[in-house]
Every structure is written in structure tokens, then in C-alpha cells.
Design a protein around this ligand. Structure first.
Ligand code: MG
Length: 339
């Protein structure tokens, strides 16, 4: 029997600038730093709880303190940890992801091998990541386009009553390919179709979650009519039928904080491939710690949106990097690859 001592600390991350989506605005995110200690080695993880899923820094902290130190017969069998966390309490997927991430980091350090190698990833360089613009008045977009200069793909949050003005303002400044995220912001098929027709002429390559997750019939109709691939985000937590989702969407956006584990995310990606769904790996607003784990999962994806660490004012350490052409790359270091 081995025991992982679990240490948790609030990780409050002020943002470079106010971030607004269709559900609200934030100047700071309140995450949780998770460390595990065993055999003189420390593994590091992060939980980024999201209100959309009824999770907070307090609820994640509560889960992890209640869960307590982790005793296991096999430190390398991550499925034992996932099972034990799920048996302990339902929900709290961000907390679970933070702890699993820390144990994975520990395993790699203990075995002196990068986790991407241990999991036999296709390589350590993933897709190009998008760089996200929160909702803002069209006049603020100029500054944002300048800030995004190093990144070749943009992600623009819509779901306002001036969506076309936002896109027009961006298009006056750049012709970079754009991923649009409506965050459930369009309420009817007609409104969504009108936007898709407009966006189709604006070099938009993917639209994330055009309508509310509850609009299943509407999304089925929209998928048949859309000329731009539609990706599920709020519609998928990882516990839905992928077959059913494939009737509404062309792909799914997997996030560690929704699935609750790297291992679960990889299983979902393999299942998604079987039903012909495209795969995007996204993130919450999180530091480079959780983003490095998200980037690991994104090594198997078609699209990456792993830019949380670019939006926070300061990162606690070094991990995933964005290369000059926009590709995400992990470090060739033991564990998840933190420095
Ligand atoms: Mg989204």
C-alpha cells in the first residue's frame, strides 16, 4: 500500500483583461492548485471549476479535503483513482481532473518519462490553438486583434445582439481564420441559420455551441442545414451518448474540467472517432498547469483551444508552449512537463 499526501491551495488568477461571454464577465478566476506527494516526488495539478456546471473553488476544495489522502495498491493504475473519486462523491469533475492530473504528473516523474510518451501520443506537438476574444464592443476589437498578433487562429465569442458588428470590426483588421463560439447564445433555428449564412462568407471554420444544450430537435435541423462544422461544448460533459450527439453536431469539444480526467477524455476521443465525430480539445480559464494537461489530450484532437494560460496575467510555472505558427507543444520532460 502506498499513500499520496494531497495538498490543496486556492489558485486565484487575475486576468490580463476582463473576459465576457454570453453568460457574464470575469476579471479573475478562482481555481485550485493540487499537489500530491509520495516517495519524495511531487505531482502537480489544477482544478478550474466552472459555475455552468455548479462547481466553485469552494466546492472543489471541499471535495478534495473530504477525499483526503489517496491510498492505493497500485500507484500506476490511474483507473483505480478515477473509480475511487467517483465512488467518493458525484460531480466535482474539475476537482477530480486536478487530482488525476497531479497523479499522472507524479507517475511520469517517478518513471522518469514524459506522460505523452507513456500514453503513446502521436508526438509532443499538437494542433494550432485558437486565441480567444471575449465579447466586447466592436471598438475594443482593434486592441484585441493587435494582442492576438502572434496567434494565427482566432476564437470569437458571440451570442449578443450585435454579433455581425463584432465580426465586421474584426474583419476590417484581419483575415485570419476564425472559430466562433456562441455559448448557447442563439435562440432559434432561423437566427442561427442567418448567422451561419453570414459567417460562411467570413472565413469562419467552426462554430461552437450555437444553441442551448436543451434544443436537441433544433440542433438536429441546424446540423443538416449548416455549411460550417458545428461543435458541441455545453451539450457534452462526457456522460452523454455520442451517437445521439452526432445527430446534432459534427464534433465535440472535450474539456478536462468536464470529463474529470485525462484518461476519461482519451477514452471519449476514441469513442468519438468510431461514430465519426470530429474532436476539439478546449479549456476553461486556467493556468499553464491545467492547460498543459489539456494540451496533452489535444495531441489526439483535430482542433485545439488551449489558450487559458495566455489569458491569465501570470502563470505559476512553465509548461505547454505555443510555437510561432500556433501549434501547441509539450516539453520533453518527465511527467506532464512542467519547469
Ligand atoms: Mg465553448
Amino acid at each position: 500500500m502506498k499513500t499520496f499526501k494531497i495538498q490543496i491551495k486556492p489558485l486565484n488568477l487575475p486576468l490580463k483583461r476582463r473576459f465576457t461571454i454570453s453568460r457574464g464577465s470575469r476579471d479573475e478566476v478562482n481555481n485550485v492548485l493540487v499537489k500530491v506527494h509520495c516517495d519524495g516526488i511531487t505531482g502537480i495539478g489544477e482544478a478550474a471549476p466552472n459555475h455552468r456546471y455548479h462547481e466553485t473553488q469552494q466546492s472543489a476544495t471541499h471535495f478534495l479535503s473530504e477525499f483526503g489522502d489517496y491510498e492505493t495498491e497500485n500507484t500506476y493504475d490511474i483507473s483505480l483513482l478515477v473509480q475511487k473519486m467517483n465512488d467518493h462523491a458525484p460531480g466535482e469533475y474539475a476537482a477530480k481532473a486536478g487530482l488525476e492530473m497531479a497523479v499522472y504528473d507524479w507517475i511520469g516523474k517517478k518513471l522518469n518519462i514524459p506522460i505523452y510518451r507513456l500514453l503513446q501520443a502521436p508526438g509532443r506537438t499538437g494542433p494550432r490553438t485558437t486565441y480567444t476574444f471575449g465579447i466586447d464592443k466592436p471598438e475594443v476589437m482593434k486592441e484585441k486583434v493587435e494582442e492576438a498578433d502572434p496567434y494565427p487562429l482566432l476564437k470569437i465569442k458571440l451570442g449578443t445582439d450585435y454579433d455581425k458588428d463584432i465580426i465586421n470590426a474584426v474583419r476590417e483588421l484581419t483575415d485570419k481564420p476564425v472559430l466562433v463560439d456562441a455559448n448557447e447564445g442563439w435562440s432559434t433555428v432561423d437566427q442561427a441559420l442567418d448567422m451561419i449564412t453570414f459567417l460562411h462568407k467570413q472565413n469562419v471554420f467552426v462554430i461552437e455551441q450555437p444553441m442551448p444544450a436543451a434544443c436537441i430537435k433544433e440542433m438536429q435541423e441546424l446540423k443538416l442545414k449548416s455549411r460550417i462544422p458545428l461543435i458541441a461544448d455545453e451539450s457534452i460533459t462526457g456522460r452523454e451518448s455520442l451517437q445521439e450527439l452526432s445527430s446534432q453536431f459534427h464534433g465535440i469539444n472535450i474539456k478536462l474540467m468536464k470529463t474529470g480526467a485525462i484518461s476519461t477524455s482519451l477514452r471519449i476521443i476514441h469513442q468519438a472517432r468510431k461514430v465519426g465525430l470530429q474532436v476539439m480539445v478546449g479549456c476553461m480559464i486556467e493556468s499553464v498547469i491545467a492547460d498543459t494537461a489539456s494540451a496533452l489530450v489535444a495531441l489526439w484532437a483535430d482542433y485545439a483551444d488551449v489558450d487559458g494560460h495566455l489569458l491569465v496575467a501570470e502563470n505559476p510555472l512553465k509548461g505547454v508552449e505555443v510555437l510561432p505558427q500556433g501549434h501547441i507543444q509539450l516539453k520533453d520532460l518527465p511527467g506532464l512537463g512542467f519547469e
